[in-house]
Design a protein around this ligand. Sequence first.
Ligand code: CP
Length: 379
Amino acid sequence: MRLRVKPELLFINKNLNIIIMGIFDKKLNALKQLSWEEFYKTPLKKKLNYFENNGRMFDCLFAQQFSPENLTRLFEVANKIRKIAKSKEGLDWLQTLLSHKRAMLYFVQPSTRTFVSFQSACYILGLQVSEIRSTSTSSELKGESPEDTIRTFSSYADLIIMRHFEEGMAEKAAWMLNRTKRPISIINGGSGKDQHPTQALLDMYTLHQSFLDKGGISNKTIVMVGDLKRGRTVRSLTYLLKHYKGVKIIYVSPEYLRIGNDIKDFLKKHKMPYRESGELDKALKEADAIYMTRIQDEYDINGESKNIDFTKFHLTKKHLRLMKKNAIIMHPLPRRQEIDVEVDDDPRAKYWRQERNGMWIRTALIAYISGIEDKILNI
Ligand code: CP
C-alpha cells in the first residue's frame, strides 16, 4: 500500500528539515570559526558533530564517539568480515572493496599490534598503504611541523591512521584537515596518555564475544589492574562500559598510579558503580573480566616508576585458583611481567584472541568509515 502524504505536511516537513539543517550548519560554522586552542577546550559533546559527515562518523578520535548502536553494528560487520575472509574467494572479494583508496599509517610512537593490525585491515579491504614510523625519517627532522606533515599526507591518501606521542594530536589533525578543501578521515591509533579508542573497540568486541552466552556484558564486574593513571586503554574502555547496564568496575593499582579524577567524575556523572583498591587478590574473586596493564614508565618525568613496587600487581599461576571458573583475562599488550607466561595456557586467558580481534574490528571500522559496511552485511 502506498501512503499518501498531504502536500502541506510535506511542505512543513521540508521547512522543518531546512530549520534543523540551518541550526546544524550554524553550530558547525561557529565551531569552524574557533582557533585550535578554543576548539580544544570546547566540551566534547558540543564538538562531536564536527567529526561527522551527514550524521556518520568521519574521524574516529575518541571512545565517546561510539554509541551502543554503532558498537553493535561494528561487531556484526567484524563477524561477517571474519567469516567471508575464511575462503580465498571471499578474501578476493573483500580486497576489491577499497582497492581504489590509499591509507597513510603515520605511527611516530612505538607500536606493534595497532600498526600491524591496521596494516592488515587495509590489506583485507584492498587499500594501498604508505607508512611513516618515526619523525626521524620524515621531514619533521628538517623542522616541518606535524600539522604540515599531516596536511601533506592528505595530498596522497584517502585516510590517515595515526599514533602520536602528543595528547590531542589526532584531534588537532582532524580539526585542521576538516577546515581544508581536502578533508580526509583520521583514525586515532593512540594519542599520548589520553585515548586509544580502537583499543577500547577491540576490548569491547572481546568482552562481547566472551559473554555472548553468559548474559552479555551488562551486570559484569570488570577489574582493571596496573598503571591506571597513565594508561590510555583503561580510560577509553571506561567510557565505553557506560553503555552497559549494571557494569561494576574495580580499579586496582599502586597508590601513585590511581585512575584520574576526570574518569572518576565521568563514573559519578553516569552513576556507574566503581571502587578503588590496592589488593589484587580480593578483587580477583569478584571479577568476571580482569584487564591487566603494564607500567607506562615511558611517561616518567624523573624515573618515579623505579620507586613503585609493581610486583603486587602481577598475575601469576597462583592467582588462577582465586578466579571465577568463567572469568576472562585480558591485556591490551605488550606485557612485561604483569602476566606470567605460565598463565597463557589457562583457558581463561583471552589476550591473544583479543589481539587478533583487533584486526577484524579495525577492518570493520575502516569499512564503516568508508560507508561500505552495508555491502559486506548484505552479501
Ligand atoms: N595495545 C597496543 O596498542 O599495542 P601496540 O602498542 O603494540 O600497538
